[in-house]
Design a protein around this ligand. Sequence first.
Ligand code: THU
Length: 129
Amino acid sequence: MIQELIREALEARSRAYAPYSRFQVGAALRCEGIVHSGCNVENAAYPLGTCAEAGAIAAMVRGGGRRIEEIVIVGEDAPCTPCGGCRQKLREFGLPDLRIHMISPKGDMLMTRTLSELLPDAFGPDHLG
Ligand code: THU
């Protein structure tokens, strides 16, 4: 199961558009048995760039999915932990015990954290009733 996420995250990373930072990122998540992936897409107007996680989430929603069950992220050799904004985006579709795996470009597992570890006491959909 995790092997498919790893394979897809690496494949997504290979398509990253990161001419400015040169920091390529891939993300792959599983939702109801289906894997969705994304890569970072930068822009000459720098703030408009989007993260790999955001791309994977958009693909999931486009496919009708609403629940992230597990996600793999790959950047460089140090664990590519999701940025603050993406942690909040993951919260929208992930439960506190969502497992977030960071892998190396070679596919080695570097770190695993739960969403609640990365975003404790999160504000989320439940707050809005
Ligand atoms: N980036 C991601 O796509 N995901 C992360 O978790 C961290 C950062 C991207 C954004 C930007 O294109 C590049 O990596 C450098 O920040």
